[in-house]
Design a protein around this ligand. Structure first.
Ligand code: SF4
Length: 358
């Protein structure tokens, strides 16, 4: 059975080529071809001798996520629906569908990727939750989403790439594969992205946050807050019953932030639910003594029983935070017309006003 190479580190590739009786330095050469040159066909790895390329084509394989559908938004974003696993002869992973979103803007592209197919966390405002957990993704399936999105758009890439792990799934519940992929993204000899340009978003898995704090190389951390007290958060995010606000914020206070590093708290504003001035004042108190900024994300009306906040409530909420010294920004989700916006990634074959490219 050929060995899957996508998602392997330089060391793992070195061990693999040594197991074939090759010189160790061939491993980092394959690593360079995969992640820097984005060559996914052994025949195109011209930095390797022809005999090794031939050998690799028998002993190994490179499986990229397969693009099942593309949806082009009017705002330039592209939502990719990927099929994973389940190829003939593939017993390692069961078939699954996931999504990623490519968002070009202002001299950079931001790529939102998934770390699990579906999700077990059950946030009530999130369509992905309705899928339940299908399965964890492998490191190769996670990093592969970035590689495919870059390759697909290679003719018009901006100099800066940001990656956000905010698609389907809770990254800290698929910790090892997620971090293996993140290390490749952050490795100067891999994709070479800066730590501030890779953001992992969690619903607040406290043991995962504590573990991440011990990593030498790690992404920026974003935490979905979405509520200003435990009762409200219990109702929106049942994970809060396991890791309530006090435990979550305590983990943040103990997290060894580097100089100039800060947390991003994501706060989806749900009209009439969590968007009052009192909510804003409580958020200020919760985040006292934490180096943080807050992204306010007005709810995208969709299939769930929530309504969008009014323009006045958004502005007042932000004003209270900023007045009290909590930097806060309003982030409108992109790709709403193709169901690519926050909380909308649910493997939908959308019936919305979209332009399908495939
Ligand atoms: S918001 Fe994130 S953690 Fe919560 S259910 Fe959706 S995908 Fe899972």
């Amino acid at each position: 059975m050929p060995v899957e190479l996508l998602g392997k580190s330089a060391e793992e590739l070195r061990d693999f080529v040594v197991s074939l009786g090759e010189r160790p330095y061939r491993g980092p050469q394959i690593y360079h071809a995969l992640y820097v040159e984005r060559r996914f066909d052994f025949a195109a790895m011209t930095n390797l001798p022809a005999a090794l390329r031939e050998r690799l084509s028998q002993e190994a394989r490179i499986t990229l996520p397969h693009i099942a559908r593309r949806f082009q938004s009017v705002d330039g974003s592209i939502r990719y629906l990927f099929s994973l696993g389940g190829q003939v002869g593939d017993n390692a992973t069961k078939p699954a569908q996931i999504e990623a979103v490519f968002m070009p803007r202002d001299g950079r592209q931001t790529i939102c990727i998934s770390t699990q197919a579906g999700c077990a966390v059950d946030c009530h405002f999130c369509l992905t939750a309705q899928l339940g957990l299908v399965r964890n993704l492998t490191a190769g399936e996670i990093v592969g989403q970035v590689l495919v999105a870059l390759e697909e758009n290679r003719e018009h890439l901006a100099p800066q790439t940001n990656v956000v792990l905010m698609g389907q799934g809770e990254p800290l519940l698929n910790y090892d594969a997620t971090m293996a992929a993140v290390r490749i993204l952050l490795d100067p000899k891999g994709l070479g992205l800066g730590p501030r340009h890779v953001t992992l978003s969690t619903s607040g898995i406290v043991p995962g946050i504590e573990r991440l704090g011990q990593e030498k190389i790690r992404p920026s951390l974003a935490i979905s807050l979405n509520a200003s007290n435990d009762a409200q958060r219990d109702a929106l995010m049942p994970i809060n019953r396991k890791y309530p606000l006090e435990a979550l914020l305590d983990a943040c206070k103990k997290y060894p932030l580097k100089p100039r590093e800060y947390f991003t708290f994501e706060y989806v504003l749900l009209g009439g639910v969590n968007d009052s001035p009192d909510d804003a004042r409580r958020v200020v108190r919760l985040l006292a003594h934490i180096r943080a900024k807050v992204n306010l994300i007005p709810w995208n009306p969709g299939n769930l029983p929530y309504r969008a906040p009014t323009a006045e409530s958004i502005a007042e909420f932000q004003e209270i935070l900023v007045e009290k010294g909590v930097p806060s920004f309003i982030r409108y989700s992109r790709g709403q017309d193709v169901f690519a916006a926050c909380g909308q990634l649910a493997s939908m074959e959308t019936a919305g006003p979209l332009v399908s490219l495939q």
